[in-house]
Design a binder for this molecule. Structure first.
Ligand SMILES: Cc1cc2nc3c(=O)[nH]c(=O)nc-3n(C[C@H](O)[C@H](O)[C@H](O)COP(=O)(O)OP(=O)(O)OC[C@H]3O[C@@H](n4cnc5c(N)ncnc54)[C@H](O)[C@@H]3O)c2cc1C
Length: 143
């Protein structure tokens, strides 16, 4: 099914960067859509150093306490905290799903982006959308 949308912000890529950006912007009053080519969870990493204060500042959601979702689990290594890629992804995805004004579309690969004087336009096999702003969060394997 082709999704026809008009949103203020379109984010290409629904992994760590795309979800965190979408959450922060939606909570700041800029609604948006995240387009992720994959469906469901796809492991994107292993273990990561994590700064929950920075995550809270970026997303507007405190990752240290139970709130919108349970707190993000971490291991305290003394000089830093670490977590797993999947735990971070699941926390961000759960927060994204609970965030008003943010919609995450899976199986939604963006193949082309163009613009005119009115908006940017995104298209792909399952995507037909327009937005005022497009953010690329499609990772280091960006197509
Ligand atoms: C130098 C380096 C060091 C790293 N070290 C670590 C580490 O220590 N631990 C660790 O766990 N990981 C590590 N990683 C990998 C880690 O998983 C990524 O850094 C992390 O996932 C990046 O998140 P991201 O959101 O920026 O990009 P990604 O996770 O790559 O996400 C990009 C998303 O965009 C989607 N996408 C791409 N193109 C399109 C399109 N056209 N339309 C729709 N969707 C699209 C992809 O499907 C993907 O979900 C490292 C990577 C690099 C480059």
């Amino acid at each position: 099914m082709t999704k026809s949308l008009t949103g203020d912000v379109a984010i290409v890529g629904g992994s760590l960067a795309g979800l965190a950006t979408g959450i922060g912007l939606a909570r700041a009053g800029l609604p948006g859509n995240v387009f992720e080519q994959n469906a469901g969870e796809e492991r994107g990493g292993t273990g990561l150093g994590v700064d929950r204060t920075l995550i809270a500042e970026t997303t507007g959601v405190d990752a240290r306490v139970d709130g919108l979702t349970p707190a993000l689990p971490v291991v305290d290594e003394g000089d830093r905290e670490t977590s797993t890629w999947l735990a971070i992804y699941r926390w961000l995805r759960a927060v994204a799903d609970a965030t008003d004004g943010l919609n995450v579309h899976e199986s939604a690969r963006v193949d082309a982006v163009s613009s005119d004087e009115h908006a940017a336009h995104l298209s792909g096999a399952n995507v037909s959308a327009s937005a005022a702003v497009v953010i690329g969060a499609d990772g280091y394997r960006s197509a």
